[in-house]
Design a protein around this ligand. Structure first.
Ligand SMILES: Cc1ncc(COP(=O)(O)O)c(C=O)c1O
Length: 314
């Protein structure tokens, strides 16, 4: 009988609804013989619990690749996100804090690993310690243009200034939200500093007379405050089912295996809760002046005061 390649039935760690980032407690049960790396995402620019994540990685001899795409200048215990694991990844895509149209960067302190990445992005040409068997190793063309680099270099001062501005406004919002109740900021690791790609609010409908999140967002928009519903459960969008039902997947894995794999996404209860309760204020709001933060807080107080009537409206 042919041996089936592993289709790990539980491979996604679950976010903690209080922090919105990877819950270290959920990682170990997801590690299988095929796991090679842990990929914490500093979502919204909020640092993950890296000491715990790194300790689990060391215990199981796994690499840690930080997704710091939204976390330029975010700090965890005195160090910048993107320097806390084996490698860090950043994005220059248009919505990011320093965009250049497209592109990204990889950071790391391990010379060999960084040289490998350098070769990989340059058609596999040997670089530094990475010489492979001849002058080429595996790779592709992911090179950045000089034009993009100059756009990026000119944005570093802006990045520092805007980050400080966003952080000061976020601190103010956090204090105000904590007084209102039912609209809590996410919990951050001790001695860490988020940079707020978006500003997430954990919305508790029960404290707003059952006003559903969608209606809360509509009311916020009517008060002139643009917001979004955060991320949704993308594994329910249909793409995953398309793959599972494809002839290729069916050839490789048994029906039972595929069914168990599909079912495993139901285990992501933390993620379901995060998606159902997060409201995200856009990063550009945090670049406004202090009076705009007061406007946001006043609007939320007003919605809360009228939440019983709003909840009854169709
Ligand atoms: C957290 C996160 N990871 C990864 C990416 C992907 O980056 P890119 O679009 O540059 O490939 C993005 C941005 O789109 C992101 O926000």
């Amino acid at each position: 009988m042919a041996v089936q390649p592993a289709l790990d039935q539980r491979h996604e760690a679950d976010p903690d609804p209080e922090t919105l980032t990877m819950d270290p407690k959920t990682i170990e049960s997801r590690i299988t013989s095929r796991t090679r790396a842990i990929l914490p995402v500093h979502i919204y620019g909020m640092p993950c619990y890296m000491d715990e994540i790194n300790a689990i990685a060391r215990k199981h001899q796994l690499a840690v690749v930080e997704d710091a795409c939204q976390a330029w200048l975010a700090e965890y215990k005195g160090r910048k996100c993107g320097t806390l694991g084996d490698l860090g990844c950043f994005s220059f895509q248009n919505s990011k804090h320093i965009p250049s149209g497209e592109g990204g960067a990889i950071t790391g302190m391990n010379e060999k690993l960084v040289d490998k990445c350098h070769s990989y992005h340059n058609c596999g040409r040997s670089f530094g310690t990475n010489t492979g068997s001849g002058s080429f190793t595996r790779g592709n063309n992911f090179r950045m243009q000089h034009f993009q680099a100059s756009i990026l270099l000119s944005q570093f001062e802006k990045l520092k200034q805007e980050t400080a501005h966003r952080q000061a406004n976020a601190d103010y919002l956090i204090r105000g939200l904590n007084q209102i109740g039912g609209v809590s900021p996410a919990r951050l690791p001790e001695n860490s500093r988020a940079v707020w790609h978006l500003f997430p609010i954990r919305y508790d409908a029960a404290q707003f007379n059952g006003l559903p999140k969608a209606k809360f967002m509509q009311a916020l928009a009517r008060e002139g405050i643009p917001c979004g519903g955060g991320y949704h459960e993308q594994y329910n969008d249909g793409l995953l089912d398309e793959a599972i039902n494809s002839p290729g997947y069916k050839r490789l894995w048994s029906a039972d295996r595929l069914k168990a794999y599909r079912e495993s996404f139901k285990d992501l209860k933390g993620n379901a809760q995060v998606c159902a309760t997060t409201v995200g204020l856009s990063q550009t709001l945090l670049l406004a002046d202090r009076s705009a933060m007061d406007h946001i807080l006043d609007a939320i107080r007003k919605i809360k005061a009228h939440s019983a009537e709003l909840a009854k409206k169709v």
